[in-house]
Design a binder for this molecule. Structure first.
Ligand SMILES: O=c1ccn([C@H]2C[C@H](O)[C@@H](COP(=O)(O)OP(=O)(O)OP(=O)(O)O)O2)c(=O)[nH]1
Ligand SMILES: [Mg+2]
Length: 151
């Protein structure tokens, strides 16, 4: 399988952590780790959210994005998810990738340094160009939506 090369710049606080990697040969996402300090893990009380640093900044080739998606294990076991899922990392963003985690569970959850908190999925992006018109073609659906076809 061909792979797209993405430049990655580990920041000083990434020191000692592992770069995100595919856990299995067929994985769509690479798990990304929390670059919080060992002395200062982030505790999320129920309902709380935080921006978790990853210690990584990247240069994605134009025509691609990285999506930051939740891990199902953290969601199912602890109610932890990405608030803005899927998070979008634009190809021209050079700042640190951060993960906006929210605790929708019923117990506090502590994010330790090196914990795999989310997954990064590289995806192709097609930009659109508007063509402004006065009317649109008719379809069977028309303006029906939001459950118009029934349950
Ligand atoms: O989960 C995320 C989402 C975004 N970003 C960074 C990369 C992205 O390229 C930038 C902007 O994200 P987005 O467009 O979603 O946020 P915005 O609120 O529209 O901010 P901006 O006005 O900077 O575009 O923030 C992250 O690090 N993590
Ligand atoms: Mg934006």
């Amino acid at each position: 399988m061909s792979k797209v090369t993405v430049s990655v710049r580990p920041l000083p606080h990434f020191e000692g952590l592992q770069l995100p990697a595919y856990e299995t040969i067929g994985s769509a996402g690479m798990d990304v780790r929390a670059a919080v300090t060992e002395e200062d893990p982030i505790m999320l009380q129920p309902g709380e959210r935080a921006m978790i640093p990853t210690g990584l900044s990247v240069a994605i080739p134009q025509g691609y994005e990285i999506q930051v998606r939740p891990r199902s294990g953290l969601a199912a076991k602890h109610g932890l998810t990405c608030l803005n899922t899927p998070g979008t990392i634009d190809s021209d963003y050079r700042g640190e990738i951060k993960v906006i985690l929210i605790n929708l569970g019923q117990e506090a959850f502590t994010i330790q340094r090196g914990e795999r908190i989310a997954q990064l999925v590289l995806a192709p992006v097609t930009q659109l160009a508007w063509e402004e018109v006065e009317s649109l073609d008719e379809t069977e659906r028309g303006a029906g939506g939001f459950g118009s076809t029934g349950r």
